[in-house]
Design a protein around this ligand. Structure first.
Ligand SMILES: *Cc1c(COP(=O)(O)O)cnc(C)c1O
Length: 453
């Protein structure tokens, strides 16, 4: 039985594996080889055969290095039925936005430089004009995300003062974004008014004092209170605030720039309508219904936006050039609403006709069945969701594949198998089957190719 002497040295091992060195670099292969040789010596000490250990080294090393090289950020197929899935990165960007981001990464650009005068410019200037044009707002500033937009606005106008919110709007948005916590960190004192289901104008007026910084209205994006309810609508709250001489801010959350009913979706108030309603400040996300990269917008009066821009937090929350370029290209698409559903992937997926999705499901069912032996594949109705808190109780009729196997844990095992593919396929489990909602699938070959690997 061979012992330690059957093992090669690190140099011998590297010399025998030139392709690995070429692919991964000498340093990475040396480190992986040392670790594998240590493990082989430990195994031999425990009685393993040196020859067997030595023979296993090349393929173990190759697997280690392949594992280290594989990114966990590789593209997946989102067949969950949730179009804007926060855990899967929300909006897919338009080709125009991807090209703009690429160009911004590859060469210097006049990010904060005025090409006309050669003097200093402002990074937000690339977006302000478009945002004001598309929404009717007087001015705009842009930060890292909508959570940051709410944070900096509260801090700018509520620091050391009261911020008034209805008890029906003290929301939590996934993760750790809770209005009361954000208020505390913004340094503003939360004053809750009304009740969970009903808040009236006098609840607000009774709470207004000389300590009031602002009144905040929050779009209850991820739930809906139904039944015996009352809220003070944004126009009334804006009028009431103006009369009392305090600021009113409206956090829209998803904030769409276009009327979605044009594409058969339920009507949500647009950002432009929120501007008309008279709020002093409006906040919304860049990567929800807008369909761009992660960002947060604050629209409002010029003097208020200037005050936010002077807040030192602005520097900490500002956007980088890559996202500014992608946002500019995304906003530009809204100048041509007629072609928006062809160019903006979020809208293309949301507006995709059911007959189209159903035809794809019918085409794919037998082909997917052929790739998944021991499973039964059938076409099924699905209910897609917008996701990210937009129209939470609304679903959009869709179609997909229902996949069953033998045994109670078959759907979980299949889901795990599909997550482990080179291009992971993510569905959801419902009533004992794995469901693949095809709304967000592009070409048939995308799914067939992923499953064939
Ligand atoms: C989603 C949402 C937020 C947070 O926006 P992000 O862009 O995810 O930071 C804040 N408020 C409301 C009402 C939302 O729906």
């Amino acid at each position: 039985m061979a012992g330690f002497r059957a093992l090669p040295s690190v140099d011998q091992l590297l010399g025998a594996l030139p392709a690995l060195v070429e692919d991964h670099g000498r340093l990475a292969v040396t480190q992986a080889a040392r670790a594998r040789l240590d493990a082989a010596r430990a195994a031999i000490r425990d009685g393993a055969d040196g020859g067997v250990e030595a023979a296993r080294l090349p393929h173990l090393l190759a697997a280690d290095l392949a594992g280290l090289a594989a990114t966990r950020l590789r593209p997946i197929l989102n067949l969950t039925g949730t179009v804007l899935h926060t855990n899967l990165g929300r909006a897919i960007l338009a080709d125009q936005a991807i090209a703009a981001a690429n160009a911004a990464m590859a060469a210097p650009l006049a990010l904060e430089y005025d090409l006309a005068t050669g003097g200093r410019g402002q990074r937000d200037d690339h977006l302000r004009g478009l945002l004001c044009e598309l929404t009717g707002a007087e001015d705009a500033t842009i930060v890292n995300n909508n959570a940051a937009a709410v944070l900096i606005a509260l801090n700018s106008f509520g620091l050391g003062r009261d911020s008034i919110v209805s008890r029906g709007e003290l929301i939590e948005i996934g993760g750790s974004f809770r209005i009361p916590d954000i208020m505390a960190r913004a340094g503003t004192h939360l004053v809750e008014v009304g009740t969970t289901n009903r808040t009236h104008p006098r609840d607000y007026t009774d709470a207004i004092s000389d300590r009031t910084g602002l009144i905040l209205k929050v779009h209850t994006s991820n739930y809906r209170i139904e039944g015996f309810t009352a809220e003070v609508a944004a126009p009334d709250l804006a009028a009431l605030s103006r009369q009392a001489g305090v600021l009113m801010m409206n956090d829209l959350g998803a904030g769409s720039l276009v009327d979605l009913s044009r594409w058969g979706l339920r009507r949500e108030p647009t950002v432009a309508e929120a501007v008309t309603e008279g709020a002093d400040l409006i906040t919304f996300s860049g990567d929800k219904l807008l369909g761009g990269p992660q960002a947060g917008f604050i629209l409002g009066r010029r003097d208020l936006i200037a005050q936010i821009n002077r807040n030192p937090m602005k520097r900490a929350l500002r956007l980088d050039k890559i996202r500014i370029a992608a946002l500019e290209a995304t906003l530009r698409l809204y100048r041509d609403p007629d072609r928006l559903d062809q160019r903006l992937p979020v809208l293309r997926m949301l507006a995709r006709p059911l007959v189209d999705i159903a035809a794809q499901a019918t085409r794919l069912a037998p082909q997917v069945a052929a790739l998944l032996p021991d499973h039964r594949v059938a076409v099924t109705d699905c209910a897609s969701q917008i996701g990210s808190g937009a129209l939470p109780t609304d679903t959009i009729p869709s179609a997909g594949l229902r996949i069953n196997g033998d045994g109670g844990d078959a759907p979980d095992r299949l889901a795990a198998h599909l997550r482990g593919l080179e291009r992971p396929v993510i569905g959801h489990i419902h009533a004992g089957a794995l469901i693949l909602d095809l709304r967000c699938l592009g070409a048939d070959a995308d799914l067939l190719g992923a499953l064939a690997r």
